[in-house]
Design a protein around this ligand. Sequence first.
Ligand code: MFK
Length: 189
Amino acid sequence: MAVSLDLPADAALAERHEKAPAVGERLPVHSAVCFGCADIPHGLRLASWVADDEAGAAVVTSRMELRPDQQGAPGLLHGGLLTSAFDEVLGSVVALVTRPCVTARLETDFRRPMPIGRTLWLRGRVDGRRGRKLYVSGTAHLDDEHGPVVGTAKALFLKVEMEHFLKNSRPEDLEALGVSPEQIRAARS
Ligand SMILES: CCCCCCCCCC(=O)SCCNC(=O)CCNC(=O)[C@H](O)C(C)(C)COP(=O)(O)OP(=O)(O)OC[C@H]1O[C@@H](n2cnc3c(N)ncnc32)[C@H](O)[C@@H]1OP(=O)(O)O
């Protein structure tokens, strides 16, 4: 049975970490090869900024230009790429609260077609936190931040330890980030 993505009544407010970027700051690319945020030809190339929230929760706004090589139906964005974009935006906003985290469950509702050549503005918010679990939600708007809603998402992210990556990621990618082969071997022994 699918686990609920609804915010539990006893979830705590999820504010930005004291060392996280401030409201208005652009988020740095978190990896030079990330499909979501890096400036690579085949990537989504999302640009993201920290946004304000009345209640003080962590919020991120992201922009995505819809390119001809991202089509599913003729002239329209492939649906899986909206889900990928939400994964990036929601993963980025969660990282303002605590890290590292991974997506455990992500649900997308496709509300309107998304024409190629237009711009998507996505917003992600950490609605609350309970232990390792972070409950997040997102909206995607066409053309500007307050444009028509074309998609919505809800997700659950889980905080993990660095061992998650030391045990599971490809060794050469870890080594490219400065992790030693000894650290990788120790985590896997
Ligand atoms: C600066 C960085 C910016 C990053 C932006 C980009 C972000 C991109 C994020 C990603 O795409 S991450 C890649 C996609 N995700 C994964 O590869 C995760 C694969 N899954 C796993 O590794 C494990 O299933 C996971 C770490 C998520 C959970 O395993 P654990 O062994 O740590 O958790 P456990 O099974 O003990 O479950 C802990 C709780 O979470 C719940 N849970 C676990 N998996 C769940 C799930 N899939 N759906 C719902 N609930 C889940 C589980 O029921 C339980 O609830 P309770 O504590 O209430 O009993």
